[in-house]
Ligand binder design. Structure first.
Ligand code: ADP
Length: 628
């Protein structure tokens, strides 16, 4: 075949134009694309050679070599993969066969024509070489064909390309970029090429070789030796079999990708096959980073496509509440040039996110439910670092709500940490329906809360919630395995079947006798309390503050205030212990009802961590009583 000139397919011309103009700001990606093509060509050879070993032509070691010629201003990327026949070169490099190309081009015809993001969504592959080159020559020979059947393809990336027959001994493909003058300075440097390869292609499992460069003392310059060295790591850890990877290797890899100095708490490594094919290697760090609370912080998962690095912090791959997870997801299905925008919409990505979420939860469950004390301690450590972040999941991830609730751990009146909802349920008393809890600013405040008194007396466990996110969590988590979560600081205490008939009768009698005093109390507090009532929830304290069932808890109202937000104004209810000496004094003839009532109210506020609107007024009242 003598030299022939062919016209590019119309779409190719358009793509070429768009690629060279839109992607210029990110021009180094051409190397990633060409190395990826070279790696694909080797994968294809390996695959075809499964049936036909002769294709290896006695040279089974596959690699990619990159070298340059400063005089000629050329950069060459060579692989010894499958290569192309003349027909293949014409069809693969002269037309675009990809499905969806037409729709893509039609989109580009519209207003978005100049949108670089859009072009980024399309695998630009081979043509990206024209970002930096004004001519590309491809010399190739298909594996298994005779040396006389080599092909030279050449084009300036405008309207046409030339094809000619050559003799070529080595199997595979050379892509020779004739760099534009202005690019030559930048890319004809070993360190520059090494750094681009390191950035995008470190984990391509194929070795990428470059000529060794050494310092020459006489010439006072770097000189290139005729000796090849591998410049990438050449082994994607995650693509190796689990059984071949040591714990130390997993840890080293974690440190390399996370910049963490500590070993991870735990990790999971799997190959997922099915509708969506991918490999995941995911780690849970041992310590929370400083910026854990920033929900805008991007995730720690890197996205690779077929071992080619695509992007860091691919937040679409993990829900926000798992933003502490670090690792790698390597997809076999996504296009190389996938953009963040496309990731958000892709069904493959959705499947990956769901699968990865399940994996992470599974990994946590296996620690949490483990019989081993070591694992349990690890889980508690995890919980101390990341529990509050995991709680966000209850509002974010409906599908995994139950699994999440099982992973939650709390403090309770029985234990200072590590109480799961399942533990709680297993300890519930005969006749107890609800899971009781109280939210407060600190463990100490929660523990000494007067609302707990009756629960203590009856030996009923109460969860003590002291995380800032707890109140928010409670607005999404209202039951566990059929048991309602019930705040002991809201509504009246209804201990239901837990109170026996006699107790109920006695309480009613006390309330009845107290009625006249109660009316005086209500009158004295009419501007401060929605209601005043007698309660049986108190044992040692004279009074406590509660809010009505549908109202915002006073703890949450305080949190909002601290955050500078307006909390809806609603008055609390004062509950009094009619058998307490201080309360009994109210009934005494001539008692200073107004002072006593306000002191009871203020003290109840203070006891639950609230602030007084008029602290000086409170002090004056107490002093009046002290001197009386
Ligand atoms: P993509 O790689 O996304 O299919 P490209 O434009 O990068 O698109 O490449 C087009 C086609 O050209 C490839 O699918 C492949 O068949 C062929 N090709 C490109 N580079 C090589 C190579 N180094 N060796 C063999 N074939 C190649």
């Amino acid at each position: 075949m003598s030299k022939q000139t062919h016209a590019f397919q119309a779409e190719v011309k358009q793509i070429l134009h768009l690629v060279t103009h839109s992607l210029y700001s990110n021009k180094e990606i051409f190397l990633r694309e060409l190395v990826s093509n070279a790696s694909d060509a080797c994968d294809k050879l390996r695959f075809e050679a499964l049936d036909n070993g002769a294709l290896y032509e006695d040279a089974p070691n596959l690699d990619v070599r990159v070298w340059f010629d400063t005089e000629a201003k050329t950069l060459t990327i060579r692989d010894n993969g499958i290569g192309m026949s003349a027909e293949e070169a014409a069809s693969h490099l002269g037309t675009i066969a990809k499905s969806g190309t037409r729709e893509f081009m039609a989109k580009l015809e519209g207003e978005q024509k100049k949108d670089a993001n859009l072009i980024g969504q399309f695998g630009v592959g081979f043509y990206s070489g024209f970002i930096v080159a004004d001519r590309i020559t491809v010399e190739t020979r298909r594996a298994g064909l005779d040396a006389s059947q080599g092909v030279r393809w050449s084009s300036e990336g405008t309207g046409e390309y030339e094809l000619e027959n050559i003799t070529r001994v080595p199997r595979g493909t050379d892509v020779i970029l004739h760099l534009r003058d202005e690019e030559a300075d930048e890319f004809l440097k070993t360190w520059k090429l090494k750094s681009v390869i390191g950035k995008y292609s470190d984990h391509i499992s194929l070795p990428i070789l470059m000529k060794k460069e050494v310092w020459d003392d006489e010439k006072k310059a770097q000189v290139t030796k005729d000796e090849w060295e591998t410049v990438n790591k050449a082994a994607a850890l995650w693509s190796r079999a689990k059984s071949d990877i040591t714990d130390a290797e997993y840890t080293d890899f974690y440190k390399q990708i996370s910049y963490d100095t500590e070993a991870p708490l735990t990790y999971t490594h799997n190959r997922v096959e099915g509708r969506s094919e991918y490999t995941q290697l995911l780690y849970v760090p041992a310590k929370a980073p400083m910026d854990m609370w920033n929900r805008d912080k991007r995730g720690g998962v890197k996205l690779y496509v077929k071992r080619v690095f695509i992007m860091d912090d691919a937040e679409a791959l993990m829900p926000v509440y798992l933003r502490f997870v670090k690792g790698v997801i390597d997809s076999a299905d996504l296009p190389l040039n996938v953009s963040r925008e496309l990731l958000q919409e892709s069904r493959d990505v959705k499947a990956i996110r769901e699968g990865s979420t399940k994996r992470v939860l599974g990994m946590l469950e296996s620690l949490a439910d483990s019989e081993s004390a070591d694992d349990k301690a690890k889980y508690q450590k995890f919980w101390n670092e990341f529990g509050a972040v995991l709680k966000e999941g209850i509002g974010e991830d409906f599908a995994n709500r139950e699994r999440l609730a099982k992973l939650f751990r709390f403090a309770s009146t029985h234990a200072d940490e590590g109480v799961s909802l399942a533990d709680y349920v297993s300890r519930m008393k005969e006749g107890q329906d609800a899971i009781y809890l109280i939210a407060a600013d600190s463990l100490a405040a929660a523990k000494s809360s007067p609302q707990l008194e009756i629960f203590r007396k009856k030996g009923l466990e109460v969860l003590l919630l002291v995380d800032r996110v707890d109140e928010w969590m409670l607005s999404h988590l209202y039951e566990f395995e059929g048991h309602a979560l019930q705040s002991v600081a809201k509504g009246g205490v209804d201990l239901g079947k837990l109170q026996d008939e006699e107790e109920k009768k006695a309480a009613e009698a006390v309330a009845e006798a107290f009625k006249p005093t109660l009316d005086r109390l209500k009158e004295a507090l009419k501007d401060r309390a929605k209601d005043v009532r007698v309660t049986s929830r108190l044992v040692d304290s004279p009074a406590c503050i509660v809010v009505e069932e549908g109202d915002m808890s006073s703890h949450l109202a305080r949190l909002l205030k601290q955050a500078g937000q307006e909390a809806p104004k609603s008055q609390p209810i004062l509950e009094v212990n009619a058998e307490h000496a201080l309360v009994k004094r109210l009934a005494v003839e001539g008692a200073p009802v107004d002072d006593l009532a306000n002191i009871l109210f203020d003290q109840a506020l203070l006891a639950e961590g609230g602030q007084l609107d008029d602290p000086a007024g409170y002090v004056a009242r107490v002093n009046r009583l002290l001197v009386a």
